[in-house]
Write a protein that binds this ligand. Structure first.
Ligand SMILES: *[C@@H]1O[C@H](CO)[C@@H](O)[C@H](O)[C@H]1NC(C)=O
Ligand SMILES: *[C@@H]1O[C@H](CO)[C@@H](O)[C@H](O)[C@H]1NC(C)=O
Length: 301
């Protein structure tokens, strides 16, 4: 009885927010964020009515939205959390997301997106693209603050070419069975990566592949040195009988087999320099100048 009473209160409480004919449910969550829930409403595009203009969390999951136009969100500049999973999105105009200067979390999982959307705002922290046939990653370059990237089940043919991403700490490339190879240089461009999920990459370092033994050991060595927890990697394969390896780097008896390649160290350095550059606060630079000026001033006096 008690439960039914509470449920009744919740149901009546919520319906109080629903205006006539509206499909979206407007409310404030516990932290007083403005939340609008438009999930499961058969929308074909981002609605321009029914939504509070100061919406911070907008849930558009499970609709039939196929395009995001560059004016789709201009009415809602405060969006921090945009949920668009399980739609039909295949086209995102370059200006569509750029207007969202507060956007922190973007979930575009389970759509038909072939490339990372252009013009991602620099405020973005978390991007979920699970279950999209994404091929092209280069547009990630504008998402300079990105910390979490999910590419689960994206039919990736290879480990994604991310470019230097010093803020990325969490990368999920699980359930991409066709990823067959990985190299420390590919990990080095994400120099502050802490968690990598390769679960379900069943062809990665497949036993019997020439050189897989040494390449796997180099990755394990790198992960150990730079404290990257790799989920789902499993045991490195045994060396091929009679080796059959092409050069000393692939010869399990040679020291080079597990040694970190120079190229990876160079990429790591470049990434760390970029991180310092991006994360040195303005006041540190200014106070550095002030100290130098003061010293010089003393010397002159
Ligand atoms: C938005 O789209 C219109 C029409 O397609 C175009 O003229 C305009 O340049 C676009 N703006 C941005 C910022 O992409
Ligand atoms: C790794 O990915 C698999 C498959 O997507 C998932 O089930 C698992 O929870 C993930 N592990 C971590 C630690 O995130």
């Amino acid at each position: 009885m008690m439960t039914i009473g509470i449920l009744t209160i919740i149901v009546f409480g919520m319906s109080a927010f629903v205006t006539d004919g509206a499909k979206c449910l407007n409310s404030k969550d516990v932290e007083r964020f403005v939340v609008v829930n438009c999930a499961y409403q058969e929308f074909l595009s981002v609605p321009s009515t029914d939504i509070l203009k100061d919406v911070e969390t907008l849930n558009l999951e499970h609709n039939y939205i196929s395009k995001l136009f560059n004016n789709s969100f201009t009415e809602y500049p405060n969006i921090k959390n945009l949920m668009l999973s399980f739609n039909k999105v295949h086209t995102i105009e370059p200006g569509a997301l750029g207007s969202l200067a507060e956007l922190e979390t973007l979930d575009l999982s389970q759509n038909a997106i072939k490339e990372v959307p252009a013009g991602l705002p620099k405020s973005l922290i978390q991007l979920k693209l699970n279950g999209n046939p994404v091929l092209d990653m280069w547009q990630l370059e504008t998402a300079v603050g990105l910390r979490v990237l999910q590419l689960r089940g994206c039919d990736l043919k290879a480990y994604p070419a991310l470019g230097i991403m010093p803020n990325l700490v969490n990368l999920d490339v699980s359930e991409n069975a066709e990823i067959y190879d990985l190299d420390p240089a590919q990990l080095a461009v994400t120099c502050r990566l802490a968690r990598l999920n390769v679960t379900g990459a069943t062809n990665l370092f497949r036993p019997g592949t020439p050189g897989a033994h040494c390449r796997c050991r180099r990755v394990v060595q790198w992960a150990h040195t730079y404290k990257v927890t790799v989920f789902g990697l499993g045991q490195c394969p045994d060396p091929l009988a009679g080796d059959g390896e092409t050069d000393i780097h692939d010869d399990p008896k040679d020291e080079a087999c597990a040694r970190t390649p120079e190229q990876a160290l160079a990429a790591f350095k470049e990434c760390m320099a970029e991180w310092e550059h991006r994360n040195t606060p303005y006041w540190a630079i200014v106070s550095g100048i002030v100290i130098v000026v003061a010293r010089v001033g003393q010397m002159i006096v």
